[in-house]
Ligand binder design. Structure first.
Ligand code: EPZ
Length: 416
């Protein structure tokens, strides 16, 4: 099992260019199934999840080629309408093939994703909305079997804000008969990126970035090309690496408006920023101060940044309270951070973190993608050696993380 070995205590300095967004390229790849022909994406990140999605799409009949950061996908005929469990269980975003399959070919058999480390993560809202658009939905042997002659536009209100639920239904509605409204829609930048691409393909989507999307169905779409937006979660993680090590880090290629909630909290914690066009520099010259955070859908504080922020708060002056409102089990990193000497008390979806003067390196186990980022950040600040086992989790969402941190001055290497 690959491990990352970190010698902590060194302030990070320098600049890093942010990759394309994992949580944007995955829905964009699924959207290519809505049309015949060849699609071309640039600024594609080199991630395990992209490779996993390529494998799933190939199983369905989508040929894809990646050269550097350019990915081309061609969908001419359907080989299968089934997304098998062995692929879906490794990546929950596989559920994004459900609606393109039903919208274009009238049927889909997609394995239920099953739970994951951070929670049950059901897809009931995706299915309820698809049913409202006229699909027949059955659950058989752990699979969703969905079919529809032709999807019909509908007025849908999501009970809970769901990112991939919004994305799935945007794709279904683009080829449906008539108009669809999605209320209580997700507002993440990745929704806007998908809407921009679908509109380039000929869809008629308005309201992306607000909580209400209106989509006028069209009879067919055509392939196009697109550059994937920056990964705001990766950018934030590098900024927090600068903060936790008391250094000065610049992230390039990421619009600051993707990170306003985080920047506000880091300012409260004593960090200073120099923000230019698509470039953000963070600096800190004294001990971090404790700050309270409650996660919420965009533009609130991202749940995908909660674990990393908790790592910072373990060394902050005072006590901070972190409330995780999105997922029911997203504190597993806390148990590992305590092995480094952090003082964290968990109470359901609330964590109370009493800042300590220092952390001491120890062997740790990553449990999920963002938890592994949290452990790496803590290891960068801890005295001595920290070993993060199961490094494959981090490779799902961060491209060559140890090489890029090393270029910022970190002493980190991968052990095979
Ligand atoms: C997306 O997951 C992201 N993944 C997640 O990032 C992110 O944490 C999450 O949105 C929240 O921002 C991708 O975009 C590929 P949700 P998603 O549907 O869409 C409940 C990462 O680290 N819910 O917005 O699966 C759900 O259980 C990953 O990159 C239902 O109850 O999340 C959760 O409590 C982790 N029924 C809440 O809604 C449903 O049908 C938000 O989930 C759907 C969701």
């Amino acid at each position: 099992m690959e491990k990352l070995v970190i010698e902590g205590g060194l302030p990070l300095r320098g600049s890093v260019t942010v990759s394309g967004a994992k949580n944007s390229v995955l829905p964009l790849m699924a959207a290519t199934m809505l049309t015949p022909g060849t699609h071309r994406f640039t600024n594609v990140p080199k991630l395990r999840d992209v490779t996993t999605m390529q494998r799933l799409l190939a199983h369905l009949g989508v040929d894809s080629q990646i050269e550097g950061r350019t990915l081309t996908l061609t969908t001419n005929e359907l080989k299968s309408h089934e997304a098998p469990y062995d692929l879906v269980k490794t990546m929950r975003a596989s559920v994004l093939v459900l609606c393109p399959l039903v919208a274009r070919w009238g049927k889909a058999r997609v394995s239920l994703p099953g739970g994951c480390a951070i929670g049950a993560r059901p897809i009931d809202l995706h299915l309820k909305a698809l049913k409202e658009m006229g699909a027949t939905i059955e659950i058989k042997e752990g699979y969703v079997e969905a079919s529809a002659e032709k999807l019909k536009g509908a007025h849908i209100t999501f009970d809970t804000v769901t990112v991939t639920g919004t994305e799935n239904l945007m794709m279904a509605a683009s080829l449906a008969e008539g108009a669809t409204t999605l209320k209580n829609a997700a507002r993440e930048p990745e929704i806007g990126d998908l809407a921009n691409y679908l509109n380039k393909m000929g869809a008629k989507i308005e309201g992306a970035g607000t909580d209400t999307l209106t989509i006028q169905g069209v009879s067919q779409l055509k392939p196009s090309e697109h550059s994937v937006i920056a990964d705001r979660i990766e950018a934030a993680t590098f900024l927090m690496a600068g903060a936790i090590t008391g250094g000065e880090v610049t992230v390039k290629n990421c619009p600051s408006q993707f990170l306003e909630a985080l920047i506000d909290r880091l300012k409260e914690a004593g960090c200073t920023f120099d923000i230019a066009d698509h470039q953000i520099t963070i600096k800190i010259t004294q001990r971090l101060k404790s700050v309270n955070v409650t996660t919420s859908p965009f533009p609130g504080f991202a749940t995908d940044l909660q674990a990393q922020f908790m790592a910072l708060m373990t060394l902050a002056e005072g006590t901070s309270v972190i409330s995780e409102t999105i997922f029911e089990n997203r504190f597993q990193h806390a148990l590992e951070l305590k092995r480094l000497g952090a003082d964290i008390t968990l109470d359901g979806r609330t964590a109370i973190i009493k800042g300590v003067e220092k952390l001491s390196g120890a062997p740790l186990m990553a449990t999920d993608l963002r938890a592994s980022a949290s452990l790496i950040l803590a290891g960068l600040a801890a005295e001595g050696t920290t070993i993060v086992d199961r490094a494959y989790h981090i490779d799902r969402g961060y491209e060559h993380i140890e090489e890029r941190l090393a270029r910022l001055g970190a002493k980190i290497k991968r052990q095979y």
